[in-house]
Design a protein around this ligand. Structure first.
Ligand code: AMP
Ligand code: ZN
Length: 664
């Protein structure tokens, strides 16, 4: 097989697996095998740029930078939808369209209304050509590079598709991925995102497509647009799109009467809560395309479609006060303190107000009666003020201008919604927040020391930063509130023991902005010591897998602060691990340099991924298929018979898991 064919085969194979995994949700091969094939393809493509294809599955990992998103005029306008809120609204709509059509018994396709960012994707000859945001409906931004990283969006179509068409859908962020992203952000000292929808639409406008690729976005399609598409109904177009490889939820129903539409609406009003992503209603569409064309459009929306919005669970209560919280990174968050009220089964006392813009938009005042709603977000939010109940004497609120904790004037960076207290090293919650992060379980995991004790130690003037912890003596701690001989001893011992925590966790513990657990590991491995990291240039940092410019800049900023440099120096003097330890280094040996392995079957002592990692950590290479260049096949249970044959034919040594581990 020549190289071109090999590349072509790999691309086809990977597309197929992508489809099974992300669209059908039923993977055929393991993640590991997939990664190996992808790696093989990437290597071949790199070596043979002449076979470049903008729709190769390798573009899924991103890496394209878009500085300015080009404005593109939609060939077919993207409309909004009219909203309805009741059965009466829907019945009226039905009457209206039946009158225009002079017909009775219109059929409808009912779909869920996915809450994300709308997108229009153009395909030509079965290839993804362009993806454009809705914008103002007439023109939007070209976000092709970013959309191509979304695994469920087909780059190449299957089946019998028309030569050219646009398909519209919604880019969404399922709850699970959203929650995970937020956990990682909180760990890395970043503010959590407000809700899945905004995060999905924000993701489309990121400049670095590799960053988009890391986000667990999905794309659900619902509309075909174009000429001579060969479909006659909305329901059929959904089926067709599905056949061509698009992800089209199978929740859509063909309804023959308004009664059936009501049943659909009622069913999903309850069951939507069990969906893995946010939905805010249903969309009801006249099924027959000829009838759709006859009905046409108003200035804003199609006459043939109607959104029905679900009512979110809502209550009203009194706003007692607003407090402003300052986080570890200095971000200020306004929080509404409410008169406790029961909402969706839990008592709500507080609600996030997000930021100054949000407060202004609500025109919220102390003493107001406000409507509180629980949407997809974890924290309930205030949607509106009940102006009919406003005390005429009440005064407009103004956002605080100084830090409530340290009095420093707040700043707001251009383009950011949040206010910040810039007094990083003097603002109490920022100081204690950093120390609390340092001692936390995933960081230094210091036993005998908790968040409250950190605050107490700080208040007593015993610590100002995490390096100060190592100067604490038992005698200083014993007299503190709720401390005794034994607990003071535990605390000091716990701190002493933290000197054994490996470097990668220390690096995470330092609380450098954007350096979460995973990034810390990558940096530790790539540079080996804090010394090297602190000296690394922007380019060197960015050269590390998964380290983007934002992280790199933050690392540089951290080490350009003299205070930080001093603290790190002190940590070193106390004996904290600031480089990869000797046995870790040994682990990262060259023992397998120049040796190529193929891994096959199921293992007992280590997982396949661990095995692969062990090979690579020790300088070896993992290949996905056996060739004359393979040195060893590590065989577990159920090794494939064809692999076995091939190895024997080529005279490649087959070794067991134990043989391999002994090799190390
Ligand atoms: P709105 O933004 O409230 O005017 O609602 C219109 C938007 O709903 C469209 O632009 C789509 O992005 C979105 N939408 C979500 N699900 C669907 C669906 N199944 N059919 C049509 N539009 C949908
Ligand atoms: Zn402050």
């Amino acid at each position: 097989m020549n190289i071109e064919e090999k590349i072509k085969n790999l691309r086809e194979e990977l597309s197929k697996h992508n489809y099974s995994y992300y669209v059908l949700d039923s993977p055929v091969i393991s993640d590991f095998e997939f990664d190996m094939k992808l790696k093989e393809l990437q290597e071949l493509e790199e070596a043979h740029p002449e076979f470049y294809d903008p729709n190769s599955p390798s573009v899924r990992v991103g890496g394209m930078i878009t500085r300015n998103f080009e404005t593109v005029v939609h060939e077919h306008r993207m409309y909004s939808l009219d909203n309805s809120y009741s059965r009466e609204d829907l019945l009226e709509w039905e009457k209206r369209i039946e009158k225009i059509l002079g017909a009775e018994n219109v059929n409808f396709t009912c779909e869920l209304k996915y809450d994300g960012a709308s997108i229009s994707i153009t395909y030509e000859n079965g290839k993804l050509l362009r993806a454009v945001t809705r914008g103002d409906g007439f023109q939007g931004d070209d976000v092709t590079n970013n959309v191509k990283t979304i695994r469920s969006v087909p780059l190449v179509l299957r089946g019998d598709y028309p030569p050219k068409f646009d398909i519209r859908g919604e880019i969404i962020l399922p709850y699970e991925g959203f929650t995970k992203m937020n956990q990682e952000r909180i760990e890395a000292g970043e503010d959590p995102y407000m809700n899945p929808r905004n995060t999905a639409s924000g993701s489309l406008k990121l400049q670095d497509s590799a960053e988009v690729a890391r986000r667990p976005l999905d794309c659900l399609l619902y509309n075909l647009t174009g000429n001579n598409l060969g479909v006659h109904t909305q329901f059929e177009s959904l089926q067709k799109a599905r056949e061509w490889g698009f992800k089209v939820p199978d929740t859509a129903r063909l309804c023959h009467t308004v009664q059936e539409v009501f049943e659909f609406v009622d069913y999903w009003d309850i069951h939507r809560h069990a969906m893995p992503y946010e939905t805010d209603g249903v969309v009801i569409k006249v099924n027959d395309i000829v009838q759709q064309e006859e009905l046409g459009y108003t200035a804003k929306s199609p006459r043939w479609a109607m959104a029905y919005k679900f009512k979110a669970e809502q209550v009203s209560t009194r706003l007692n006060s607003i407090s402003y919280q300052v986080g570890r990174t200095g971000a200020v968050t306004p929080v509404a303190n409410l008169e406790p009220v029961l909402l969706a089964g839990t008592t709500v006392k507080r609600a996030s107000l997000h930021n100054a813009d949000q407060m202004e938009k609500l025109d919220i005042r102390i003493g107001d009666e406000v409507f509180v709603e629980k949407g997809g977000e974890i924290i309930p939010k205030i949607i509106a003020v009940d102006f009919t109940k406003r005390d005429p004497e009440s005064l407009p609120l103004s956002y605080i201008s100084n830090c409530p904790e340290c009095g420093t004037p707040l700043i707001r960076k251009p383009g950011e919604a949040q206010h910040y207290c810039p007094n990083t090293y003097g603002c109490p919650p920022q100081i204690t927040g950093r120390i609390q992060h340092y001692i936390s379980r995933k960081a230094m995991d210091i036993e005998g020391l908790g968040s409250e004790t950190v605050e107490l130690l700080f208040k007593e003037g015993l610590i100002d930063n995490y390096a100060d912890l190592y100067e604490l003596t038992k005698d200083q701690v014993v007299p503190l509130e709720r401390m005794a001989e034994k607990s003071a001893e535990n605390l000091v011992n716990g701190i002493e023991k933290s000197k054994e925590i490996p470097f990668e966790r220390v690096l995470f513990a330092l609380g450098i902005r954007y350096v979460g657990e995973t990034v810390a590991k990558k940096l530790a491995r790539a540079f080996g010591s804090i010394e090297n990291i602190s000296k690394a240039s922007l380019e060197e940092l960015c050269a590390v897998d998964e380290i983007g410019i934002k992280i790199a800049e933050s690392v540089i900023e951290f080490f350009s602060d003299e205070g930080n440099v001093l603290i790190v120096k002190r940590l070193r003097d106390y004996g904290v691990q600031l480089e990869i330890s000797a046995d870790k280094l040994e682990n990262l040996s060259d023992a397998l340099k120049g040796v190529t392995f193929v891994v096959s079957g199921v293992f007992e002592k280590v997982s396949r991924n661990e095995l692969k990692k062990l090979i690579e950590d020790n300088g070896g290479k993992v290949a996905s298929s056996i060739s004359s260049k393979t040195n060893y096949v590590v065989a577990g249970a159920n090794m494939g018979p064809s692999k076995k044959d091939k190895a024997e034919k080529l005279g490649v040594a087959i070794i067991s898991e134990d043989d391999f581990l002994n090799m190390l």
